[in-house]
Design a protein around this ligand. Structure first.
Ligand code: FAD
Length: 448
């Protein structure tokens, strides 16, 4: 009998296995794919280092960088170049002022938000006052779009809030929950006068880039985690198909009829995948997990030779532009040594808001269509020499209004099954640091 079975070898499952290993617990981690890492996928081909999933760890959330340090990777951490990212409006590029990512107009000189009209900027400047006049209590669950329209006006919401959030969640701000997607900011905004004072007094000075990666790409974190897992056996290429309860705990069975039994079971897979596994063993939990919503996303990367004087880490395309591209990262500008000298490497991020559904297109047509738009926007005089396409069908969990109530219901239902745990991007934060934090909480509960 094992201490624990972990299903899913993404960053969440691997961190759980690593933490259990540190304490000498016996277990097995089962991953369906032949490769570990889940959404963390770095393709290294010749001298190209292409991120097909997450591109960066952010300094604002310490867990991912803390784990890198703990694993001896501190010397491998690289910072993104401190050059602007842009927003596209009407086909033109406008630099995003540093600090705007915090989405507090009072903290950024609005004259620098040049892609919205003077009237729109004046309206947004009134946001601190509007927050006081229309406060949202800390426990209220409201959608991002309508709330921001009331606070900062329609133009700021459409051309600033939407692209900044879509670059992370890929979703629809009319449905995304303010509290679930911007938790720290939502708490601050509920502080009333105190927040107004802080928003006015803490104008940012020079802002350091918050983005970090590893020299060899984020898969370096996956490899190092794998290397440090000892007392938990790691099995890949095995899809878990059955989960059963036993007298002593949990039984897990793969498609090839391999079986393990353990006191604890951690489902570190997307919620709907967990729902399928728990259909018989915990039908009430499965019903709840089956309600989870996610949005398919795709990443298409292109490389071509030649110098290019477009200086920036990438650009965001607001949904109102009605284009294919949601965001673009100019990898060879953003990070050191991601492409051979004299080559450009970019990656484009597509969500569900494309003019026609990309999910029904083959890779070649998709790559060609997106490249046409990229050429039209950026004006590159080249054909791509290399193309990489990655589809994430269960791509990004959608934290819509009601998400946090749903998470509490899931946690309550799971707690009624001793030894059962769920964790990962579907629940309390989609970023790498959020997943690592959740994984550690689960490991702590198991050890205790
Ligand atoms: C395109 C994209 C860009 C992103 N950019 C960033 C970023 O820049 N910074 C950031 O912090 N975050 C980013 N994220 C979010 C972050 O990468 C993910 O939320 C996180 O990696 C999810 O980790 P996870 O372990 O919870 O799930 P996953 O990575 O989805 O892992 C789940 C694993 O479970 C396995 N599995 C599923 N079913 C079974 C089964 N039945 N049996 C066995 N195994 C199974 C899957 O194969 C998978 O490997 C991005 C995500 C995407 C998609």
């Amino acid at each position: 009998m094992l201490d624990c079975i972990v299903v899913g070898g993404g960053i969440t499952g691997l961190t759980v296995a690593y933490e259990l290993s540190l304490r000498g617990l016996q277990g097995v981690l089962v991953e369906a794919d032949d490769r570990l890492g889940g959404k963390v996928r770095t393709v290294v081909e010749d001298d190209f280092v292409v991120e097909m999933g997450p591109d960066a760890m952010v300094t604002l959330k310490p867990e991912a960088l803390g784990l890198c340090t703990e694993l001896g990777l501190a010397d491998e951490v690289v910072a993104a170049r401190n050059v602007p990212a842009y927003v596209v409006r009407g086909g033109r590029f406008y630099p995003i002022p540093p600090g705007l990512f915090a989405l507090v107009p009072g903290r950024v000189p609005l004259r620098d938000v040049r892609w919205i009209s003077r009237r729109g900027r004046l309206r947004a400047a009134g946001m601190p006052l509007q927050v006081l006049l229309h406060p949202v209590p800390p426990d209220a669950d409201v959608p991002v779009g309508p709330t921001f329209r009331r606070w900062a006006g329609a133009e700021f919401t459409t051309w600033v809030v939407e692209p900044l959030l879509a670059g992370v969640y890929g979703g629809d701000i009319e449905r995304l929950s303010l509290r679930a997607t911007l938790p720290q900011a939502a708490t601050r905004w509920s502080e009333g006068w105190r927040w107004l004072f802080q928003a006015r007094s803490r104008r940012p000075g020079p802002v350091e880039t918050p983005f970090r990666s590893l020299r060899c790409g984020l898969a370096g974190l996956v490899e190092r985690l794998r290397a440090r897992i000892s007392s938990v056996e790691v099995r890949t290429g095995l899809s878990v198909e059955g989960v059963y309860r036993s007298e002593a705990g949990w039984v897990v069975e793969t498609a090839g009829r391999e079986r393990w039994q353990a006191r604890h079971l951690v489902l570190a897979v997307p919620p709907r995948a967990a729902a399928r596994l728990l259909r018989d063993a915990a039908p009430d939990v499965a019903d709840l997990l089956g309600q989870a919503v996610s949005e398919p996303v795709a990443v298409v990367a292109y490389a071509w030779p030649g110098t290019w004087d477009w200086l920036g880490t990438g650009f965001l395309v607001p949904r109102a532009e009605r284009r294919w591209i949601t965001a673009c990262t100019w990898l060879s500008q953003k990070w050191p040594r991601r492409a051979p000298a004299g080559w450009n490497l970019v990656r484009v991020f597509l969500t569900g808001s494309t003019p026609t559904p990309w999910t029904e297109m083959d890779d070649e047509t998709l790559a060609r269509t997106v490249w046409q738009e990229f050429v039209e926007l950026v004006g590159v005089p080249a054909v791509p020499h290399r193309v990489w396409v990655q589809r994430w069908t269960d791509g990004l969990p959608q934290y819509t209004v009601g998400h946090l109530t749903w998470v509490e219901a899931v946690e309550g239902a799971v707690a009624r099954y001793p030894g059962l745990h769920v964790a990962g991007a579907g629940y309390r934060g989609v970023g790498l640091s959020d997943c690592i934090r959740q994984a550690r909480q689960v490991a702590r509960r198991i050890v205790e």
